[in-house]
Design a protein around this ligand. Sequence first.
Ligand code: ACO
Length: 433
Amino acid sequence: MTQPTYSLVNNATGEKTDLPVVSGTLGPVGLDVGKVYDKLDTFTYDPGFSSTCSCKSAITYIDGDAGILLYRGYPVDQLARHSTFIEVCYLVLYGELPTKVQLEKFDSDIRKHTMINESLKGFFQGFNYDAHPMAMLTGVVGSMSAFYHDTTNNKDPRHRDIFAHRMIAKIPTIAAAAYKKYFGQPFMYPQNHLDYCSNLLHMMFSVPAEPYHVDPIAAKALDVLFILHADHEQNASTSTVRLAGSTGCNPYAAIAAGIAALWGPAHGGANEAVLRMLDQIGDVKNVPNFMAKVKDKNSGVRLMGFGHRVYKNFDPRATIIREQCHKVLKHLGKDNDPQMELALKLEEIALSDDYFKERKLYPNVDFYSGIIYKALGIPVNMFTPMFAIARTVGWCAHWIEMTADPQNRIGRPRQVYVGAPQRNYADIAKRKG
Ligand code: ACO
């Protein structure tokens, strides 16, 4: 099939400029507007980047209308049912499912990098006990750029690999330390005989004074959640990692920038916001009032955990999480949890309400993840760090893909200037007002 061609026509002069088409394996083609400014002295304008591709990528594919999410071609629901987070990390980083030998080697490499430098632990002392864990995560991951000079040559593929292994292995240790800081409990060293999520639970919930038994169902639930959060193509935090990384900066600093972007309530901070919203609503009987506020544009209130820039049908991750949510609550004997009841009521009303139907607003991944985290005993301010742990592999894979690309250029968007036209400096004595 021949590709359609596109032209920009200047209606005043009739002049036509052909736009080359960039094709991928799935999804819409892209119009290459890179030369529009050179040829037409005109910018393209797309705040929020709804129609703009910033790169070519072979990692993740989303079809928002059909509710499809693929990592390296594999549907996320198949991975969530049959794979493990560590196997998915390998897939996302290297593009193929590993053989048994490759998986054992990768798993062992990650387990061997879980400890953090003892000096890095000292950074936590600089924070107040009540610092938000995302603030600590941003700061401490950023400070990792002060370590590992001998293995941070961005041009060396082996160094890029070591960076990704370090990041994936150490981010749970750093997040668990941020959690322990709040309670004033000693940081727990990782136990490398434990799998990834069991180790995280151990570092968060064990104390030196008592034995701790990791609940395998809790660890499995976390593993599934992490698979669902592992990557999501060019979302705000990943685009931030790419933009920062495009300058050739230290990769740990680029990941810290991504963590900062993830923290916002419109992005990874939404899981925390959902629980705060459920607390605020309090009871099923208050739902109609709350919904009225959500629909009132002047209230500034949004139904957190609903809506997505890309998914306009359903978020495939939300379907799986909903199932997990029921499983975990049942296992923990919390299936009559009032917050779950409240969440289900909100979902039911929203899905049948014209306001949400017309705007194609469906529950997103964060609507249920917070309820699972809460059931596992994870406090609300640790929800977004959990997301950050899972998304680290996606950030690393995108940074590697971009850095390894010889055509990578610094990301440098333009703007439509709306400020004052050029004017002359006025002496202070001559200024009015
Ligand atoms: N509650 C109520 N109304 C909403 C919501 C919501 N959660 N989301 C969107 N809308 C409305 C908007 O008011 C707008 O209405 P209008 O057309 O009458 O003006 C319309 O739906 C389109 O909304 P936009 O803000 O233009 O959609 P956008 O794609 O820019 O935003 C976003 C997507 C940020 C996710 C938004 O839906 C939202 O704020 N959701 C709540 C926060 C949330 O759950 N974020 C997590 C996203 S998933 C993730 O990052 C992992």
